[in-house]
Design a protein. Structure first.
Length: 362
C-alpha cells in the first residue's frame, strides 16, 4: 500500500457498521492498535511492532511510514501489554509533596522532566503526598506494586530512609537534593551554601550589619547547606545574625508575616534579610511594611525564587534564580541513565546561583 492509499485510508469515515480489519478500531471509544497500523500501512503486525521499537533490521523509510501513521492515529502502546512482555511499565514516578512551594515549583519540575521524557518511551506519573504524613508510604507503594521503572523524589533528609529502601531494593531513582548517609546515588541539587554566602556578601556590601535568615526546616538536607554558607558569610564579612525565631520557610504565610512584623518592631530589628523561598518573601515584605519599614532603604531583602516574579512587584528585592525546570531535566536524564545501568556516581550534578537581571543594581 503506497502513501497515497494510506492518506485515503486515514481520511475515510469509519462507521459502526463497517466490516473488515478496522471495524471499531477508530471509533470514538476504541484505541488504535498495532493491527490498525498494520492495516493502514499494508505491513505485518510484527514489522510494525519492530519499526516502532526502532529495530535495526527495519528500513528507515518503513520506520518513518509506520511512525507517521501511528502519530496520525494517536497510537499509544498498551502499558499492561508492555509490562507483560518486558516486565517494564515505561513509567517514571515523580513523588512530590502537595505543599511544595506555591510559585510554580511543581509545574516547572514537571515541565523539565517532560522535556526529556518526550524523546523516550517513558511517561511521567505524578504521585502527590502530604509531607506531614509518612513519606515512605508512596515509595513503598510504587516499589511493592511495580508501578514504575524509576522514581524521582524531593525533600531529601541527611539520613533518608527512602534512599536506603530504594537502594536495598536495587530500584533506579534520583533525588532532588543530596543526602549524607554514605550511599552513592543519582541527584541534582541547587548550591544553597553558595547562595547563602553570596546573599550575605551582597547585603554586607550594602552596609547591612544585622542579617536574618528565613531558612528551611532543620530536618531537610538543604537546611545544613544553607546554614554553612550563611555562617561562613557572617564570619567572612564581619556581620551579625538577627535571629528569626522558630519560624521556617514552610510556615503558613500569615505566620511569616506576623513574625516579620514583630521582628521589625523589636528593639534590634534586622537591616538585611535572606529568604530561601520566593513565596515566603511576599509575606516577609508584607510584615516589614506593616511595621512601617521601607524596603530598599531601611532594610534589604535577598531572596531565592524558582520563577522570575518578585521584581515585578518589588523591584527593590535582590533575587537569585533557581531553575527548577533545569532540575527536572537533570533528574529525568539521571533516572533514565540509572535504569540503563549507568553508575550512580556519574549521575550527580549541582547548579549554582544565578543573580537575576531584574534585580536592582548597586
Amino acid at each position: 500500500m503506497d502513501d497515497s492509499n494510506i492518506s485515503k485510508n486515514l481520511g475515510r469515515p469509519l462507521s459502526g457498521k463497517q466490516s473488515g480489519p478496522l471495524s471499531g478500531t477508530a471509533s470514538g471509544n476504541a484505541r488504535p492498535t498495532l493491527k490498525t497500523i498494520a492495516y493502514m500501512t499494508g505491513l505485518g503486525i510484527t514489522t510494525v511492532s519492530r519499526a516502532l521499537k526502532d529495530a535495526p533490521d527495519i528500513g528507515v523509510d518503513t520506520k518513518e511510514r509506520v511512525r507517521l501513521v501511528a502519530a496520525q492515529l494517536g497510537y499509544q502502546p498498551n502499558r499492561a501489554g508492555v509490562r507483560l512482555r518486558t516486565g517494564k511499565t515505561n513509567v517514571i514516578a515523580l513523588v512530590l509533596s502537595i505543599e511544595e512551594e506555591l510559585m510554580g515549583f511543581t509545574s516547572q519540575m514537571m515541565v523539565g522532566i517532560s522535556e526529556v521524557l518526550a524523546g523516550t518511551q517513558y511517561h511521567l506519573v505524578l504521585t502527590p503526598h502530604v509531607h506531614q504524613k509518612d513519606p515512605m508510604a508512596p515509595v513503598r507503594y510504587i516499589l511493592d506494586t511495580g508501578s514504575a521503572d524509576g522514581m524521582i523524589i524531593s525533600r531529601t533528609l541527611p539520613d533518608d530512609p527512602r534512599v536506603a529502601l530504594m537502594t536495598e531494593r536495587n530500584f533506579p531513582f534520583a533525588t532532588h537534593g543530596r543526602t549524607d548517609m554514605g550511599i552513592c546515588h543519582p541527584f541534582h541539587d541547587f548550591d544553597n551554601e553558595a547562595y547563602a554566602f553570596q546573599a550575605v556578601e551582597r547585603l554586607a556590601a550594602r552596609g547591612r550589619r544585622r542579617i536574618a535568615l528565613l531558612a528551611p526546616p532543620s530536618k531537610l538536607s538543604y537546611y545544613l547547606h544553607t546554614r554553612i554558607g550563611f555562617e561562613r558569610g557572617l564570619a567572612t564579612f564581619g556581620v551579625a545574625e538577627a535571629a528569626m525565631g522558630r519560624i521556617t520557610s514552610e510556615a503558613p504565610l500569615d505566620e511569616i508575616r506576623t513574625q516579620m512584623q514583630a521582628l521589625m518592631q523589636s528593639a534590634e530589628p534586622p537591616d538585611g534579610i535572606i529568604s530561601i523561598s520566593g513565596s515566603s518573601t511576599i509575606a516577609l515584605v508584607a510584615g516589614l511594611e506593616a511595621a512601617g519599614r521601607r524596603l530598599g532603604q531601611e532594610v534589604d531583602i535577598v531572596s531565592k525564587q524558582s520563577a522570575e516574579f518578585l521584581n515585578w512587584i518589588r523591584p527593590e528585592i535582590y533575587t537569585v534564580n533557581e531553575s527548577v525546570r533545569q532540575a527536572g531535566r537533570e533528574l529525568a536524564k539521571a533516572v533514565i541513565a540509572r535504569i540503563d545501568g549507568v553508575a550512580p556516581e556519574l549521575l550527580q550534578s549541582i547548579s549554582g546561583p544565578v543573580w537575576s537581571a531584574m534585580a536592582p543594581r548597586d
